[in-house]
Design a protein around this ligand. Structure first.
Ligand SMILES: NC(=O)C1=CN([C@@H]2O[C@H](COP(=O)(O)OP(=O)(O)OC[C@H]3O[C@@H](n4cnc5c(N)ncnc54)[C@H](O)[C@@H]3O)[C@@H](O)[C@H]2O)C=CC1
Ligand SMILES: C[C@@H](CO)CCC[C@@H](C)[C@H]1CC[C@H]2[C@@H]3[C@H](O)CC4=CC(=O)CC[C@]4(C)[C@H]3CC[C@]12C
Length: 369
């Protein structure tokens, strides 16, 4: 993949390319990867906006497929130079079964690795998550840590378990010989909580606030820091690391990188108010309105109701014991590893990230403004 002034030659595959992050990665590649000849977008559900991308100079190939189906993955990977594997089942609310989460996130990743090996694709970027590290079930804070900070990673929930297993598979595959005899070069990016245009949970909070007369009620102390990163910067990191994998294979291969930018350290709720505030919502209370023990009880009650109602309907509220523990445990990163290893600088400043997200919330139907 050496730099050349010749015609664009590279074929990229983005799995999960129609998801929240995947869409940003796809658009970023089209805007900022001049060597792109063909962009393959592989997803279980193809979005209508893909059509508008097909009018440019890069060949955009939409592939409806399932990462759990090895043959479908292999067919999509064949002939690609780089795979960016963002597809995953992001579920911490109990919507999907643990088996399904494992199947999509672990087997799906196994299939992607195997497809690279069998077809001769040499470069693989995996979207991992902060969740492979923590917060752990013991509630230990991870305060502005980096990739080398010691932390007791203990997973019980199916989602972090699956992401940790999948990440390990990706890192262990680094150096494996692919078809043709060259070594596979892999790395994993670990975003903290991603925000920005298209963020479903932000949408849910906004709608909930509207239903409650323009108010949200503080549940988490303002002192609990939760790491957040803008989706455009996460996408940019993917594009950049994918570009650099060949040139710096020895340094980047088998490495993990937290995704970070200049977003401020705040609690989950205070951070959301940076966007929801300018859209007419307010967060009631300088301290949590309910005592923590009551929240724990409500979360447990939600878990019980989910279990009881499962034969009849899917009850999957935002609050459950796991989401409460994650929201209520400090987990923030402070690192420059991506800058040192592959020259990453955030493409979007905090102000720009904030403005873009606010504009997106305001454009939502039924804006409180
Ligand atoms: N949203 C967040 O805050 C964070 C997300 N991540 C990771 O980023 C990646 C993308 O997440 P989001 O964009 O937030 O989720 P998303 O749900 O918006 O996107 C995931 C995409 O994968 C596709 N997909 C799911 N199952 C599939 C299957 N069996 N075969 C093919 N495609 C399938 C979905 O259709 C969807 O388009 C995931 O791997 C997730 O674990 C990591 C850290 C934070
Ligand atoms: C207690 C509630 C009171 O308002 C707030 C509940 C908020 C939760 C739904 C979110 C708090 C933290 C989020 C997670 C975090 O950002 C890390 C994540 C990384 C991922 O890879 C996937 C998403 C998530 C688990 C994210 C999910 C939503 C929260 C638990």
């Amino acid at each position: 993949m050496a730099e050349s002034a010749q015609a664009p030659e590279l074929v990229y595959l983005v799995t999960g390319g129609c998801g929240f992050l995947g869409e940003h990665v796809v658009r970023m590649l089209l805007e900022r990867e001049p060597r792109l000849r063909e962009l393959r977008i592989f997803d279980l559900h193809l979005s209508p906006w893909l059509e508008e991308l097909k009018t440019g100079t890069v060949q955009v190939t939409a592939i409806q497929g399932d990462v759990t189906q090895a043959q479908e993955v292999k067919a999509a990977v064949a002939g690609a130079h780089v795979v960016i594997h963002t597809a995953g089942l992001v579920d911490v609310f109990g919507r999907a079964s643990p088996e399904t989460i494992h199947k999509v996130n672990v087997w799906g990743t196994k299939n992607v690795i195997e497809a690279c090996v069998q077809t001769g694709t040499q470069f693989l970027v995996y979207t991992s998550s902060m969740e492979v590290v923590g917060p752990n079930i013991k509630g230990h804070p991870f305060y502005r840590g980096n990739e080398d900070t010691p932390y007791e990673a203990v997973h019980k929930h199916p989602y972090p378990c699956s992401k940790a297993l999948a990440e390990r598979l990706v890192l262990e595959a680094n150096g494996k010989k692919v078809r043709g005899g060259l070594p596979l070069v892999t790395c994993a990016l670990r975003p903290t909580g991603i925000y920005g245009e298209g963020h479903q949970i932000m949408r849910d909070f906004y709608r909930q606030g509207l239903r409650l007369g323009g108010r949200l009620f503080r549940a988490i102390p303002a002192s609990v820091e939760h790491g957040r990163v803008y989706v455009g910067n996460v996408a940019w990191m993917h594009v950049l690391v994918a570009r650099e994998l060949e040139q710096r294979a020895a340094l980047l291969g088998g490495q993990v990188y937290f995704c970070y930018d200049k977003s401020p350290y705040k609690s989950y709720e205070d951070f959301n108010m940076e966007f929801l505030g300018p859209c007419g919502l307010r967060l009631v209370g300088t301290r949590p309105l309910l005592p923590y023990w009551l929240l724990v009880l409500l979360a447990a009650l939600n878990a019980l109701l989910q279990w009881l109602l499962r034969p009849l309907l899917l009850y999957a509220p935002l609050l459950n014991p796991y989401t409460l523990a994650v929201a209520n445990t400090t987990f923030t990163v402070s690192t420059n590893k991506a800058q040192r290893h592959f020259g990453y600088e955030p493409l979007f400043s905090w102000e720009e990230s904030r403005t873009r997200t606010i504009l997106w919330v305001q454009a939502m139907e039924g804006s409180a403004q």
